[in-house]
Write a new protein. Structure first.
Length: 212
């Protein structure tokens, strides 16, 4: 699926949480042609994140990795959401908040009352059960894991983790989105640590065994 096709499927992406992970996801999404709405409960956090991302693009333009026009175009796609309700137009919302189950469940429950019923709710969790997070929702079929690694622009892999009740078309669309954002997508099962963390653990175990 081309960037244009994904941009048509997911025209507007929302991000809740504008720390390192949220910023990286926002950068990639804007570069892939999506409008990106950013929300954070911390005052001034969105403005800080936007300035940081725009600074990266300006430096890339200075080094002629992208054009100045591209840097400006990307920057225009970043939109501050003044409150959670402002995310209502989003086709997909990615949460990148604290790694606590109850916090994520509460957020997704709130988002269900804001976004359209066909909007996708994605979690960037690195270890929590996607199924458990989706349990707070009336429509768990639209909840999915979309796990990036830090630093997001450089770690060229993203895990797509369907929960037990995630709809197949949601998995396919999010998988295509990850590809359009320039990453290799790895379909993972909803188990603690998912796919890549298990691979890291196995590699560490083997490396340690060899050194003994």
């Amino acid at each position: 699926m081309s960037n244009d096709a994904v941009a048509h499927s997911f025209n507007t992406l929302g991000i809740v949480g504008t720390g390192a992970m949220g910023r990286g996801i926002a950068q990639l999404a804007a570069q892939a042609g999506l409008n990106v709405m950013l929300f954070d409960v911390k005052e001034g956090a969105v403005a800080e994140a936007t300035a940081f991302i725009n600074g990266l693009w300006r430096r890339s333009a200075d080094k002629q990795r992208i054009t100045q026009a591209q840097a400006e175009q990307y920057g225009e796609r970043l939109i501050e959401a003044r409150d959670l309700a402002a995310l209502a137009p989003c086709d997909i919302v990615v949460e990148a908040i604290i790694e606590k189950l109850e916090a994520k469940k509460g957020l997704f429950s709130d988002l269900e009352g804001i976004v359209r019923q066909d909007a996708v709710l994605a979690t960037n969790t690195s270890s929590l059960s996607v199924t458990a997070i989706a349990a707070a929702c009336q429509h768990p079929e639209r909840v999915i894991g979309f796990h990036f690694f830090n630093p997001v622009p450089l770690m060229k892999i993203v895990e797509v983790i369907p929960g037990l009740r995630t709809a197949n078309d949601v998995t396919q669309r999010v998988n295509a989105l990850g590809t359009a954002m320039g990453h290799f997508t790895a379909l993972a099962t909803d188990t603690p640590g998912f796919l890549v963390n298990h691979a890291r653990a196995r590699f560490w175990h083997r490396s340690t065994a060899r050194s003994e």
